[in-house]
Ligand binder design. Structure first.
Ligand code: LLP
Length: 412
């Protein structure tokens, strides 16, 4: 459910006309709905009410400060994967004791920043990283709380680029090495192992792979408990999918119920790291048709948003629903919706049936709230789009549009 709806054929973001926003702020334009963000967070978080839990929103999905602040005010912790994301979370006022830090390549400086902030724990992805964290913590006279990210070798049945919990993926440690890592963690002077972690992939449309991973982790939990590890946290990562098209991902309550059945007897605090399920359908991207053109095989809608603005269709072949901002009631036609970038892979949709559209009209690209703006770039020297947060009838410029000057500000 989201709050982007047509009223008399005209699209509204909550109480605000999208046409008026496009006129005032230009296109391409990201629009987020505060009510939708709140509703998604609330629905997700309350699904785990039966368990002692902490929802750590995954900052990579949508890292705009206004979004982080809004979620933080609702009690969210954050999952970060870089010093930059940690910086954002802290700027947004998130309690560092609710921040977990994942990622395979944490540098010394980033480890130091996280220790200075006093985060809840590092999700450690290699032996070398464990040794490094111990070293940095020792230098600082601190103890670092850690989980080992366990790679349970489970197939999440999602796009290969976003599947992370299989043996062939670079993430975490397999079960055997995880055992060694906990042994080492117990020996290292400046490390306190406090949890277990896994994240098996993204855009999962069934809970079975989560439960398969959980069973492996629970089996492992008894082994390390015997070893003397006091496991307080069980971080199950993110990954719950959303409907982009016809998918029917499980509702968080289904996931919550299944977890409660398996975990209620254990004295563990469950950490969840949802990104897409909170942000994905809380945002849309608005783009204007610059030209139309046809050849004997294709009809093209050439729009002003490119793969630099929304790369998901180009990178993963992802489907994003597209509609008119103002419905004209014309007959449908098959189009390739393409951007202005000089690459044939620059498209938002291919062979898509849409009502006939004319140059100057605007389109809405749905499900763009997660991994939309955060993956945007300046390719072809295109300033990045404006991001708006609509809350009822209030419009907040969450990030202003970049200018040509912003393109060169760091160049000497
Ligand atoms: N935790 C960790 C350690 C992760 O690596 C991720 C996502 C998440 C949580 C959040 O997963 P989510 O709940 O959003 O599925 N750019 C891709 C998605 C990459 C996801 C990477 N990791 C896309 O546009 O589909």
């Amino acid at each position: 459910m989201h709050h982007f709806e047509y009223r008399d054929g005209k699209l509204f973001a909550e109480e605000v006309s999208v046409t008026s926003l496009a006129e005032d702020y230009g296109t391409p334009l990201y629009i987020y709905s505060a009510a939708t963000f709140r509703r998604h967070f609330e629905a997700f978080d309350s699904a785990f009410d039966g368990l002692d839990h902490l929802t750590c929103y995954s900052v990579k999905a949508n890292s705009n400060l206004s979004v982080l602040k809004m979620l933080g005010e609702m009690g969210a912790g954050m999952d970060v994967v870089s010093g930059g994301e940690l910086f954002r979370a802290l700027k947004a006022g998130i309690d560092p004791a609710k921040i977990v830090y994942s990622g395979v390549g944490k540098r010394d400086s980033e480890i130091r920043e996280a220790l200075t902030a006093g985060i809840l724990m590092f999700n450690v992805e290699s032996m070398a990283e464990l040794v490094k964290i111990n070293e940095v913590a020792g230098d600082m006279g601190k103890t670092a709380c850690i989980s080992i990210r366990i790679n349970p070798d489970v197939d999440p049945q999602t796009h290969p680029y976003i599947s992370t919990g299989m043996k062939k993926n670079k993430f975490g440690l397999d079960i055997e090495h995880s055992l060694e890592a906990y042994k080492l963690a117990l020996e290292l002077e400046n490390i306190e192992p406090v949890g277990m972690d896994c994240h098996i992939g993204s855009q999962l449309t069934s809970i079975d792979p989560f439960l398969e991973a959980l069973d492996k982790l629970l089996n492992f939990h008894s082994k390390i408990t015997e070893m003397g590890v006091n496991v307080k946290y069980l971080d199950l990562g993110g990954g719950l999918g959303i409907p982009y098209d016809e998918e029917e991902p499980p509702h968080p309550t289904e996931f919550g119920k299944a977890l409660a059945e398996k975990l209620s007897a254990l004295p563990l605090k469950v950490i969840l790291e949802p990104g897409r399920v909170i942000a994905g359908n809380s945002g849309v991207m608005i783009t204007e048709v610059v030209y139309t053109k046809s050849n004997p095989t294709k009809n093209f809608l050439i729009v002003d948003a490119g793969m630099n603005d929304l790369v998901r269709p180009s990178l993963y072949g992802s489907f994003h629903r597209i509609g008119e901002v103002e419905q004209q009631g014309r007959a449908a036609k098959e189009y390739d919706v393409v951007g202005p970038i000089c690459e044939s892979g620059d498209f938002l949709a291919r062979d898509r049936k849409l009502p006939e559209v004319e140059a100057g009209e605007r389109l809405v690209v749905y499900s763009a709230g997660a991994y939309g703006f955060t993956m945007a770039s300046n390719y072809n020297s295109r300033p990045r789009a404006c991001e708006l947060l609509v809350d009822g009838d209030t419009v907040i410029v969450a990030r202003k549009r970049e200018t040509y000057d912003s393109l060169i500000e760091n160049e000497l």
